[in-house]
Design a protein around this ligand. Sequence first.
Ligand code: ADP
Length: 191
Amino acid sequence: MINLILFGPPGSGKGTQAKLLVEKYKLHHISTGDIFRREMKNDTDLGKEAKSYIAKGALVPDSVTIGMLRKEVESNPDVAGYIFDGFPRTVPQAEALDTLMKELNQSISCLLELKVQDDELRNRLMERGKTSGRADDVDPNVINDRISVYKEKTLPVANHYAGQNKANEVNGIGTIEEVFGRLSERIDAVS
Ligand code: ADP
């Protein structure tokens, strides 16, 4: 099994690369952002709760997100592995993921961190906001808050996996194919 964490700030290209990686490595993609957006669209109780945080650029509370992730993994057994995209976003989420993997007799193979500088992230998100229909991609204040939350709460997750010798930094600047090539190289080295 290969279990990957696709990691990086908002706008770093995780969603785009996840699609390509799924195809190449036949892994099951779990994007917590996509799940929240689906729940919001269907106006479920989970969607309503998530919306209040997402609209501000804040994180949905760990208790909600961890339960949702666990359910998603448990309802998709017998896969060749998982790509976690947008999760874990806090150290407690990382600890919960490690516990879940252990319960399933599995482990995280590696964390791949896409490195992109803040100015480029802001440009990409504002550009995406023109067509994505995502309210959190339109307001520059919300975008800045998401980048700050990433630095404060999410970046420590990379250190958590560096402590397990599983963290990899990948240059996220370049064409989609170039970045994909860099990611594939790292994955092939651990699998
Ligand atoms: P981005 O494009 O900013 O990387 P996502 O599409 O992954 O964002 O997620 C959108 C929003 O959903 C986040 O800004 C956050 O509010 C919420 N969210 C997604 N994943 C998580 C998570 N693991 N923990 C808490 N909140 C999350």
